[in-house]
Ligand binder design. Structure first.
Ligand SMILES: NC(=O)c1ccc[n+]([C@@H]2O[C@H](COP(=O)([O-])OP(=O)(O)OC[C@H]3O[C@@H](n4cnc5c(N)ncnc54)[C@H](OP(=O)(O)O)[C@@H]3O)[C@@H](O)[C@H]2O)c1
Length: 312
């Protein structure tokens, strides 16, 4: 079947909107959907540039990690893309029905496409990786980004008692819904976050290493557990961490992402997160663009804090 799709033919160029021959479903677990909305997440960009750790290097490819589609019988679904099938940034694609969740009638499809990927990072981290206990205190590093904004709301919904939001852009720190918002300075973090139980880290690199040491040095009781969950690396792929960080405190460092939690674990969390998003428990800023304009949407700077959603 011929479709129109955002097609990546070279990892150093944005996708182009062009005709594409969509392979037919190969078994009864697969179905063709009309794509309704697809989020342009950082993870989608790293997949399309071949730099994500799951990248196979195969081209051409249609980018995307998830989306909202309509089945032939009219039902709206959220779907998680399967690396073995064509990607979601297309007028139509093939989905694995075991990776789909039906959306309630009237669901805001743009909101679902925008919010699921960034919200999933903290939702799965705080439910599967290090289950949060009611009243615990959480620091979010990189709180002004899309995933960071969602993490503040998710932590609150999952029972956090105190939330510290930290980001480099001070003008965007207010209005995030945290109990306190601080810049990424060692003094501010030592004062506001020394007693946190959990850290959701979207930064890594130098700012996260400095934050780790500042929090650990200022901790009143070093034997109290501190769970650091590494999720994104917008500030750098590596860090230099003094070994003393791991000896001088009850400090547990782990990550959350594809591989750290099984696909089955992720899929099991989809329905409850969709409920949160479609019932208004979580909010997200969105910016929509036609899929046919994918090339310009790809290269334009993101509106701060908003997630671009492509609509066929
Ligand atoms: N593992 C997972 O399951 C998972 C899921 C979703 C996202 N992620 C990852 O999480 C990260 C954040 O995603 P997102 O959706 O929030 O992206 P985003 O909306 O693009 O936000 C990125 C944020 O990072 C900030 N930032 C960029 N460079 C920085 C630096 N050098 N120091 C401090 N802050 C910096 C930006 O601040 P300004 O506002 O100042 O520019 C912005 O607030 C990405 O790496 C993404 O791939 C992982």
């Amino acid at each position: 079947m011929e479709i129109q799709a955002a097609v990546v033919r070279s990892f150093d160029r944005p996708p182009r909107y062009e005709p594409y021959e969509l392979p037919a479903p190969s078994d009864e677990d697969q179905a063709v959907v009309d794509v309704v909305a697809v989020g342009l997440h950082p993870r989608v960009r790293s997949g399309a540039s071949g730099s994500h750790y799951t990248s196979t290097g195969k081209l051409p490819m249609i980018p995307g990690v998830d989306g909202v589609g309509r089945l032939a019988d009219g039902r709206l679904i959220y779907f998680v893309a399967d690396d073995d099938l064509a990607g979601p940034m297309a007028t139509r694609t093939v989905v694995d029905l075991r990776r789909t969740v039906e959306l309630p009638p009237g669901a805001d499809v743009v909101k679902v496409a925008a919010a699921m990927n960034p919200a999933m990072s903290s939702w799965v981290a705080l439910r599967r990786r290090v289950p949060i206990r009611p009243g615990q205190s959480v620091l979010i590093l990189g709180a002004t980004g899309n995933a960071g904004q969602m993490a503040t709301q998710v932590a609150r919904r999952l029972g956090a008692g105190h939330i510290v939001a930290a980001g480099r852009n001070e003008s965007r720190l207010s209005g995030l819904g945290a109990d306190i918002a601080v810049p990424l300075t060692e003094d501010a973090l030592a004062e506001a976050a020394s007693e946190v139980d959990l850290v959701i880290d979207y930064l890594w690199g130098k700012p996260a290493a400095a934050a780790m040491m500042a929090v650990l040095r200022a901790r009143t009781d070093r034997s109290r557990e501190l769970n650091w969950i590494q999720i994104g690396s917008v500030a750098g792929p590596t860090m230099e961490l003094p070994s003393v960080a791991l000896r001088s405190a009850n400090f547990r460092l782990q990550g959350n992402g594809q591989g750290a939690v099984s696909t089955r674990g992720y899929l099991a969390e989809l329905p409850s997160l969709i409920d949160e998003i479609t019932s208004g428990g979580l909010t997200v800023d969105t910016h929509t663009a036609p899929l046919a304009e994918v090339e310009s949407a790809w290269t334009q700077p993101e509106q701060p804090g908003a997630r671009t959603v492509l609509v066929p």
